[in-house]
Design a protein around this ligand. Structure first.
Ligand SMILES: Nc1ncnc2c1ncn2[C@@H]1O[C@H](COP(=O)(O)OP(=O)(O)OP(=O)(O)O)[C@@H](O)[C@H]1O
Length: 240
């Protein structure tokens, strides 16, 4: 298996508070890797470190054999942050077009891919509306469209389906699986157990530590429980 991401002894502090504590994770190409943990456990901080947006206090994030941060590698990464970074006076189409042009897509590539991603997130009929008129869920869907428009090799999604209804959530997960089958490596943070079940591999985070790691099946089987929720509680997760 080709390693795409290696996190080596990562620790991170904000002032005197250490929020990431000695994390080692290796992620293979073409898997959906979930970071599961309660609010404040360090998921967002960790994905920011992986992408190179945040420089860790200790350790290193290596993406495709390159130490982050690396501008070159950032072009191979699609990142959907937890808060939507959108231009509210522009339309949905214009927002995607703007980010696609930053990624260097030609006019014809943009036209074709924007159409595709708008369909995936079910925003075709709203594409000409200014984003200021969008609901929270619509903004999330637009952010997702932007993160995949340049067909990145690595897709990092911080709670991508918050505020998205169950039906669309299901079709978005189908799309993640499709991207995975095409070789995209996907990292997704969540505190929703049924989403965790859909990941190939999981790291359970609690208070800045990885408390368990493995496939959902292995994590459940090794302690003889039926649900991820039970597994998470067993391993010491739950509320911080
Ligand atoms: N810029 C910052 N300055 C100070 N403390 C921060 C900062 N960002 C995060 N933290 C703290 O780091 C800890 C981990 O936060 P983080 O956002 O990584 O958690 P999370 O697991 O993503 O939570 P959530 O599920 O609520 O998004 C929290 O205690 C948070 O208060």
């Amino acid at each position: 298996m080709e390693k795409v991401i290696s996190l080596n002894h990562i620790a991170h502090s904000f002032g005197v508070e250490t929020v990431i504590k000695g994390i080692n994770i290796e992620i293979d190409k073409g898997v959906i890797f979930g970071l599961l943990g309660p609010s404040g456990s360090g998921k967002t901080t960790l994905v920011k470190i992986i992408t190179g947006i945040l420089y860790p206090t200790e350790g290193s994030s290596v993406v495709q054999e390159t130490q982050m941060p690396s501008l070159k590698k950032m072009k191979n990464i699609g990142f959907m942050a937890q808060s939507d970074a959108l231009y509210t006076e522009l339309t949905a189409y214009e927002n995607i077009d703007y980010f696609a042009s930053i990624y260097g897509l030609s006019r014809s590539e943009r036209k074709q891919r924007i159409k595709k991603v708008l369909e995936i997130v079910d925003l075709v009929k709203h594409m000409k509306k200014p984003v200021r008129t969008f609901s929270g869920g619509m903004k999330r869907r637009l952010s997702l469209a932007i993160s995949i428009v340049h067909e990145p090799e690595i897709l990092i999604l911080d709670e991508p389906t918050v505020g998205i209804d169950p039906l669309l959530r299901q079709s978005i997960w189908q799309e993640f699986n499709k991207l995975k089958n095409e070789g995209t490596t996907i990292i997704v943070t969540t505190h929703v157990m049924d989403e965790a079940e859909k990941c190939d591999e999981l790291a359970l985070l609690h208070d800045g530590y990885v408390i368990a790691q493995g496939s959902p099946k292995d994590l459940k089987q090794s302690i003889h429980v039926d649900t991820m929720e039970q597994a998470f509680l067993h391993y010491g997760g739950g509320k911080s």
